[in-house]
Design a protein around this ligand. Structure first.
Ligand SMILES: [Zn+2]
Length: 574
């Protein structure tokens, strides 16, 4: 319930916000209760603005071809958001320097204070211009990647866009796969110099941003900006070492399994995409949106009645928009509406297995939002990504046990398990590569594009081995396909940390499903009121991963892969 802004308030322009900012700037505090009331009002203002802005984003993503929706969202980004950041900087500075702040309960306001301090200490008007410049460059990359996808190549006398042509990478015909892969690579290669230039420019701008704020390099600056309060670069290095030691052999085994199943002597990049387990018959989990929801409801209810009830409720209030429509965003989202405390799930589902996994993933985020909606302060509800992704990937893993609602046959279930496990094994070396590469980029900002490629190849090989044989020029620019490197610098290892957490949830669920699910829901209800390792611990998950833990998880993963293999290839196992 609003007590500061009128219920009729709409975020139409910056002018609609300024009267409230002015009140908050000038309010006098006579006592602690005045101060607390002020803080609640500030929280209300931020919450309401974010709710309104999120609706603008949802409407834009639902129909990206609608001019009005796009303009409304862009207006927020250009005209309101920068002014809001500046106003919040001044308001939070008021909060920070208030004598009443020290009377607030320390532990309860720990993350609140850490977030505010981070915000005001890194705010630098000089950097606003540089940030905007970097954002424009990152947008240009997005456009280039969009342009690449729209480029056409000729396959069998037909003109196809690259995204259409890439379906040939699943073909059983190896010559065809190679031909199409090479055509796609040629298009990619034509853009490599422009992308290299953008990267060099981004590195120099970002290095300047860090220097303006008193940091030696952008890596250290960004580490703090991302609010990584509870862990340091040591954890990243430990992640790299353990992935190299424990996960890389599993990844190499997966590749050799692929090579043997395909009957090949050598694996080339064009052999890496097709489904090795029965590619002729794609899985068909559902056809229409209501079928996806009905079947998922059964799955969620089995996981926990509360999750079933949440999803039912979201459907009732129209917060699930799942099926394919032209003009809709191709990406899956769970967006948070902080004032109502409700999530909104947006997808472009067409009936493939990937849609099922993504829906469960987004429901994991949605459950998180609903479990933590009781927390009064927005800053204590905005958990970092390593916490958010524990909820979503963790739910994906636990849901594996109930996939029979989509796939009654044991061999299909085997495929689903095999694919999910392979996906995790494949992503961990990739995350380590992307993270170690970016650390090198920003700690050695004066490198040349040529040195950058050499370093990328070295790091890629360190985590992936050489079971797959890549043409050197193609491997050297593979990093250019990862948009995060351009637009969300260094924001990636969080996925790796969360995956190790999710593997533990899976391990625990395998043994004690009921208790694991209760602990999971409890951890999610904490929002961001505790330190990250404490939130993990509440879910009975070890945040500080180490070699014994990783080895235990690797053994578990291998045993489950074997099980999945038997389900796939030997039904008589029943
Ligand atoms: Zn996610």
């Amino acid at each position: 319930m609003r007590s500061f802004l009128p219920s009729t308030f709409r975020l139409d322009s910056w002018k609609s916000v300024t009267p409230y900012i002015r009140i908050l700037m000038n309010d006098k505090w006579r006592d602690l209760s005045d101060f607390q009331k002020w803080l609640q009002r500030l929280n209300e203002l931020e919450t309401v603005i974010k709710e309104e802005a999120t609706w603008k984003l949802i409407r834009y993503l639902q129909n990206m071809q609608d001019e009005d929706n796009r303009l409304a969202y862009e207006h927020y980004l250009k005209e309101i958001k920068p002014r809001l950041s500046k106003a919040l900087y001044h308001l939070y500075k008021r909060y920070w320097h208030s004598p009443w702040r020290s009377t607030l309960p320390k532990e309860k306001f720990l993350n609140f204070n850490r977030t505010v301090y981070n915000y005001i200490s890194l705010y630098n008007p000089q950097n606003v211009v540089l940030e905007a410049k970097a954002e424009l460059l990152a947008n240009e990359c997005n456009e280039i990647i969009g342009m690449i996808a729209e480029e056409t190549v000729e396959v069998d006398g037909e003109i196809l866009t690259l995204s259409e042509a890439s379906s040939f990478l699943n073909s059983q015909d190896r010559e065809k796969r190679r031909e199409v892969w090479e055509k796609i690579y040629e298009v990619d290669a034509a853009y490599q110099d422009r992308l290299d230039d953008i990267m060099s420019e981004l590195i120099s701008i970002r290095t300047q941003i860090a220097k303006n704020t008193g940091f030696d390099n952008y890596y250290d600056y960004r580490f703090q900006q991302l609010g990584r309060f509870d862990w340091s670069v040591d954890l990243c290095h430990k992640f790299h070492r353990l992935v190299e030691k424990v996960v890389k052999p599993l990844y190499e085994w997966l590749l050799s399994y692929r090579r043997r199943r395909l009957g090949l002597k050598t694996l080339y990049p064009w052999d890496l995409y097709l489904d090795v387990n029965d590619a002729d018959k794609p899985l068909e989990p559902f056809q229409r949106e209501d079928e996806l929801i009905e079947k998922s409801l059964k799955l969620f209810e089995r996981l926990h009645p509360k999750i079933g009830a949440y999803v039912r409720y979201l459907r009732e209030i129209g917060h699930l928009d799942l099926s394919y429509r032209p003009g809709k965003t191709p990406t899956s989202y769970c967006l948070t509406l902080p004032e109502s405390g409700l999530p909104f799930v947006l997808m472009n589902a067409i009936g493939i297995h990937r849609d099922v996994v993504e829906f469960i993933h987004e429901v994991g985020h949605a459950v998180h939002v609903l479990q933590s909606r009781h927390i009064p302060y927005l800053l204590l509800r905005e958990y970092p990504m390593e916490v958010a992704e524990l909820a979503s990937i963790g739910l994906e893993m636990m849901a594996l046990y109930h996939m029979d609602v989509f796939y009654p046959s044991l061999s299909d279930l085997g495929r689903v398990w095999f694919e999910q496990i392979s996906q995790i094994i494949t992503s961990l070396p990739w995350i380590a590569t992307v993270d170690a590469f970016q650390e090198w980029l920003y700690k050695n900002p004066r490198h040349t594009p040529k040195e950058r490629r050499t370093e990328w190849i070295k790091i890629y090989r360190r985590f992936h081995g050489d079971e797959a044989v890549w043409p050197k020029e193609a491997l050297g620019i593979l990093w250019q396909r990862k948009i995060h490197i351009f637009d969300s610098p260094l924001y990636y290892i969080e996925y790796g940390i969360a995956q190790i957490g999710a593997l533990q949830l899976w391990y625990n669920y395998d043994r004690q499903p009921h208790e694991t699910m209760e602990r999971y829901l409890y951890a999610l209800s904490l929002g961001y009121t505790k330190r990250v390792p404490e939130i993990y611990k509440a879910a009975r998950v070890q945040f500080w991963f180490d070699a014994p833990l990783m080895k235990k998880l690797a053994h578990f993963v291998i045993s489950k892969l074997k099980e999945a293999y038997i389900w796939m290839w030997d039904d008589s196992y029943l």
